[in-house]
Design a protein around this ligand. Structure first.
Ligand SMILES: N[C@H](CCC[C@H](N)C(=O)O)C(=O)O
Length: 284
């Protein structure tokens, strides 16, 4: 019987099973299958997926993220905050500011520490990618997608497309509690116009500094929070003239709040909580 040690952590209720690959070993060909199994709330530990904390040649640590359907994502905002907390508290890094490698490039993390424990983390998520080619979405590759009319199942919606290293389709609603998260979400996620699939966000604008947010995640479905999605929502809201560049916006997600600024220099800063739930051994 094989096994590995894990730590379950969450960012605003978006929980993952974290495995320290500096000390544990899982064969590459097993990762997708294990992500599915370990995420199952009945026969596994229960989470939105699996995150590997790995050695890197270009940073102190590399993050890999697998959704609960076994697909590998290229970025994860809530995951990055938890990885930053883990590596600081476990002495893998000693500084309070450090870089983390992801499949979509390097990000910069800053941990806020009290009595040796990280209670919140700020991550510079880098610059959003806005062209159809970068989202990716079919169509003229250099076009941006801002409040673009798009038809699903006979109805027209207005989509803003943003990549934070992973793809996001942002839609605005008048009342967040009525957002079609579980009906429209899965349809958009798998639509053929998105060659890599897409995360689907619904946003209600409270004012020019405050958003309500719900998400249907590519590969995981409804989650309590999506860090990259919240960043995409803030970028989309600036592009649509609903919030302001260079001013901090609070995003109210089901699991809590994120504080996000799309800075004048193009970088997107995200700040929020990261928490450890438990540790254990997983047998497979
Ligand atoms: N489902 C996402 C990965 C997880 C992102 C999310 N949990 C976050 O906090 O950014 C994707 O396939 O692109």
């Amino acid at each position: 019987m094989r096994s590995f040690s894990f730590t379950k952590m969450h960012g605003l209720g978006n929980s993952y099973i974290y495995v320290n690959m500096f000390t544990e070993y899982i064969a590459e060909e097993e990762l997708s299958h294990i992500a599915k199994r370990v995420s199952n709330v009945h026969t596994g530990v229960g989470s939105d997926g699996l995150i590997l904390i790995c050695p890197s040649d270009v940073a102190p640590v590399k993050m890999r993220i697998f959704n609960s359907d076994g697909s590998e994502g290229k970025n994860c905002g809530n995951g990055l905050r938890c990885v930053a907390k883990y590596v600081y508290e476990h002495g893998i890094v000693q500084e309070e500011r450090f870089t983390i490698e992801t499949l979509s490039g390097l990000v910069e993390a800053r941990v806020f520490v009290e009595d040796g424990k990280v209670n919140s983390v700020e991550v510079n998520m880098g610059k959003p990618r806005l062209s159809r080619a970068e989202i990716p979405m079919i169509g003229k590759e250099n076009d941006v997608v801002v409040s673009e009319p798009i038809e699903f199942e006979g109805y027209t919606y207005y989509m803003t497309g943003v990549s934070m290293g992973n793809p996001h389709a942002v839609f605005y609603v008048d009342h967040i509690e009525k957002a079609p998260v579980t009906t429209l979400g899965p349809i958009v996620e798998k639509d053929g116009r998105f060659p890599e699939g897409i995360n689907v966000e619904f946003v209600e604008v409270v004012n020019d500094r405050e958003l309500h947010f719900r998400v249907w995640e590519r590969g995981s479905g409804v989650t309590q929070a999506c860090g990259t999605g919240a960043c995409a929502a803030v970028v989309a809201s600036v592009l649509n003239g609903k919030t302001k560049r260079n001013e901090e916006t609070v995003v109210h997600l089901a699991g809590g709040d994120l504080y996000i600024t799309w800075e004048e220099n193009g970088d997107v800063l995200m700040r929020g909580a990261a928490e450890t739930i438990c540790t254990g051994v997983y047998y497979y």
